[in-house]
Design a protein around this ligand. Structure first.
Ligand code: AHR
Length: 314
């Protein structure tokens, strides 16, 4: 008996030596999501939830329903619950300092994902993971300038006012057009990143400007798809009468490119759940992580949309 027990005990104790208390502990992560305004957002939420489940992480998920105060309340409740880490996808860029200070005081690491925040003290969050919205807007402008030879009247469908993607995509697009005086933004209104918003704003813009509109620049695919609906209902042909440029590359938009209704969609990849949890694990293990980590994004137009369609994951 003794002969059998000794190797067993040794094996067990050497195994235990590798399982540190930290590694053995089930992680609890709080995630304050902005809401469910778009197909992109649904894919992002799914990526965060599915990956947490795969890794055995307890995810406390909060849907902010498009309100910053809901997100702030959720973060405060994560602090009270003493979660191991907090992930925030901030609806807007400003107004986060007080709650980030509370998390820092409670020694709970905060990872900002998807949208950036403007704070006076960068140590209030560990790092940012998401896309480079400025580059996306610039890619859209460069592609458009080339496609239309630098001329045309544009209407812009902006995202949520005050949000990083609306701010950055707007600025980058305007910067990109600066070299093309023949490309003019004749109107710019917010559709709040929603399909219904894109449709309503486009209906109003068509009434206001009629045939003067040659190009639509939408800050996301949902608004572009809503605009396509409005254009068709007005008896016009999207892709022929009006050229539409957009951002996100959700599957439905890539299909619209393949069908010739949408001219181009610049990718903004929402599937970064795995990267977020890898980062959480590193941070909790005391490792240094990059302050900013951008996802790789590409662009889909008539040259590659049909081929890309079968493998689109969102
Ligand atoms: O923050 C990312 C943006 O938010 C996506 O482009 C848009 O679809 C979403 O609602």
């Amino acid at each position: 008996m003794k002969k059998l027990l000794l190797p067993l005990l040794l094996a067990t104790s050497s195994l235990l030596a590798f399982v540190s208390p930290a590694a053995a502990k089930t992680l609890t992560v709080g995630f304050a999501q902005t809401g469910a305004e778009s197909a992109w957002r649904t894919a992002n939420t799914d990526s965060m939830k599915n990956e947490a489940e795969k890794r055995g992480i307890i995810l406390k998920f909060s849907d902010g329903q498009g309100k910053q105060e809901n997100q702030i309340r959720a973060v405060r409740s994560f602090i009270t619950q003493r979660v191991d880490a907090i992930v925030i996808a901030p609806l807007v860029e400003t107004g986060w300092e007080p709650v980030l200070r509370e998390a820092k005081r409670a020694k709970i690491p905060v990872i900002i994902t998807d949208r950036t925040v403007q704070v006076s003290d960068e140590s209030l969050f560990v790092c940012f993971i998401g896309s480079d919205f400025y580059t996306e807007g610039k890619m859209a402008a460069d592609w458009l300038a080339k496609a239309v030879n630098g001329t045309g009247n544009i209407v812009e469908l902006q995202g949520t006012p005050g949000s990083a993607p609306a701010n950055e995509r707007r600025k980058a697009f305007a910067d990109g057009l600066a070299a093309y005086p023949g490309l003019k933004i004749i109107d710019s209104q917010s559709g709040d990143f929603r399909r219904s918003g894109g449709k309503e704003v486009m209906e109003a813009l068509l009434k206001k400007h009629g045939k003067a509109i040659q190009i639509v620049y939408a800050h996301n695919d949902d608004m572009a798809l809503g605009a396509i609906q409005a254009i068709e209902e007005a008896g016009l042909k999207p892709g022929q009468d009006i050229l539409i440029v957009s951002i996100d590359a959700i599957k439905e938009a890539v299909a619209a490119v393949a069908a010739g209704k949408l001219a181009v969609t610049v990718e903004c990849n929402p599937l970064f759940g795995p990267k977020v949890y890898d980062t959480v694990a590193k941070v909790l293990a005391g490792e240094t992580v990059p302050k900013v980590s951008y996802n790789k994004d590409e662009l889909f137009d008539s040259t590659n949309a049909a081929a890309a369609l079968p493998s689109r994951q969102y």
